[in-house]
Design a protein around this ligand. Structure first.
Ligand code: NPG
Length: 370
């Protein structure tokens, strides 16, 4: 049990090394909320995966800030002593908002582990100390630019290339990347930009030996994903559609996917992420660790999660340098063999450099236990 004395919320902004374009928009700067909780003996960090706009999910930074400040932090203060596993119950009165909830679940877990001197990886049940890394490439301005980027990331060692696609910028791009790289692990991610009327596009993509097609259809439509999965050979993977272990079980039972992307921030935090992992593993589905352009804080949590045994496919656990010239934390580095070290220190095994954090802070507010 631990007692949370204060919660500091911050909005930070870091320029991206190159704009990141998906079917739902373009980002040139990473702007996110960080929470730092303080207990009597330690402190812990959580990163919120919401973005500036409600494009990827309903949640977004300003909304998550309010949910944290007005509802979740007061619920935490009202509770007295807590264990990390209590938070989901404390937050049950707030419907949805898994990304806001994950911020505090992860921060309290980090503090609790730091008090005990235990690493997050060990607590979650990690079975390896390095994880296989893939990289996600935004929609490029041209096929030539895309091919250059693919070459660059392969030279850095990445073990899997994922291409963002949208209607009209899909089959021809995939064909070009596959022709230039016949043997690589290659996948595509549509971020829900297609409908069942586009089945011909997916039948055409079957020709390229893709590892998976990620989230082709609307995030709320598992039945349509199941229909599409029956019509094509390539494995479907779900991301936006999976917000809990219950969602994962439903999707698998319906035949809506054969692979699951686990983003701890999307499912309400690290504890539910482990339950998604366990559910998929019990039903024989491979999972991999997604990414939301996290700073080093969220990236450290992702790396610990990706070290669990069911994570058998390379994740979007890319190096800090893929996104930022300078991260908030010590950078996470991809080795030439395309693997990255799982942090081994207490909790998430690192934290923001104070000066760098101050330089990136756009707004901060400290909330004290009344
Ligand atoms: O490596 O962190 C990463 C990014 C991987 O493509 C990636 N993330 O749709 O999965 C996604 C996408 C994303 C980025 C989603 C930012 C939402 C925000």
């Amino acid at each position: 049990m631990t007692r949370i004395r204060s919660v500091e919320l911050r909005v930070v902004g870091l320029p991206l090394v190159r704009p990141f374009r998906t079917s739902f928009g373009e980002e040139t700067e990473k702007v996110c909320i960080l929470a730092r909780v303080e207990t009597d003996d330690a402190w812990g960090w959580g990163e919120c995966v919401t973005g500036v706009d409600p494009g990827f999910s309903e949640e977004f930074n300003e909304g998550a800030w309010l949910v944290l400040r007005e509802f979740l932090v007061p619920a935490l203060f009202a509770a007295g002593d807590v264990a990390p596993g209590d938070l989901e119950g404390l937050f049950a009165g707030v419907r949805g908002n898994p990304m806001a909830k994950a911020t505090l679940v992860n921060a309290v877990l980090d503090a609790w582990l730091r008090e005990r001197g235990e690493s997050l990886a060990s607590f979650l049940g990690a079975e390896r100390d390095r994880v296989a890394c893939g990289v996600s490439i935004g929609i490029a301005a041209s096929t030539d630019r895309l091919l250059e980027q693919v070459d660059g990331y392969l030279a850095e060692g990445y073990q899997r290339i994922k291409l963002k696609i949208q209607p009209g910028t899909d089959v021809e791009r995939v064909a070009a990347v596959r022709a230039a790289n016949p043997d690589i692990l290659l996948s595509v991610d549509a971020n829900a930009a297609y409908s069942l009327e586009d089945v011909d596009t997916f039948l055409a993509l079957d020709a390229f030996g893709l590892l998976m097609v990620e989230q082709p259809l609307h995030h709320e439509d598992l039945v349509q994903h199941a229909t599409l999965q029956r019509q094509i050979e390539t494995d479907l993977c779900l991301d936006e559609s999976i917000r809990s272990a219950a969602d994962a079980r439903a999707a698998i039972e319906l035949g809506a996917c054969r692979i699951v992307n686990i983003k701890q921030g999307r499912v309400g935090g690290l504890l539910e992420a482990v339950r998604v992992h366990d559910a998929c593993r019990a039903l024989g589905l491979p999972v991999w660790c997604g990414g939301m352009l996290e700073t080093g804080v969220g990236r450290a949590a992702n790396l610990a999660l990706a070290a669990l045994p069911g994570f058998t496919l390379p994740g979007d656990t890319s190096a800090s340098s893929r996104y930022f010239t300078e991260d908030l934390t010590e950078p996470h580095v991809v080795a030439r063999d395309g693997t990255m070290a799982v942090p081994q220190g207490p909790g998430i095994g690192g934290e923001p450099h104070p000066e760098r954090l101050e330089a990136c802070t756009l707004r901060a507010e400290r909330l004290d236990r009344p």
